[in-house]
Design a protein around this ligand. Sequence first.
Ligand SMILES: [Zn+2]
Length: 168
Amino acid sequence: MVATMQSGALVSDSVVNEMVKERLSEADAARGFILDGFPRTLDQAENLGEWLKGRGIREVVIHLAVDYNVIIARLTGRRQCPRCGTLYNVSSHPPRVEGVCDLDGEALIVREDDKEAVIRGRLDAYERQTRPVLEYFRTAGRRVVEVDASTDSPEAVHRKICQMMESA
Ligand SMILES: [Zn+2]
């Protein structure tokens, strides 16, 4: 399995499902846990749902909705220093001199996974694989909390989530 992960190939749902359940069975998860970015496929969602039900665990699904144009603008605006690794953003956190690292003067680069075509590919994968998971939660009568995360700061989004969890 380690070999599969290192080769970059996608790990099958059944392997992921078993890993997640094993981890969630550990003592530190006994009073609750947050899963970020899981489940991503229908198979994972159904499998997890059965497992939670069997243990009487109630779940809340939090959907952070961000407009695709906002995602693309955020990610394509990222710049990184190839020498020290510092991250910048042309709109929200620009370097003092355009295209140059504040710390060491190195020319900033766009990382491969921040290129627009790569980002669009990931958004397509989300639409194909993960959007149906959200529909599944909705139609299965699960509690789904929708949070608009397009424009607010991370702190404001956190406050919104807490408020909606309290009223859910
Ligand atoms: Zn630097």
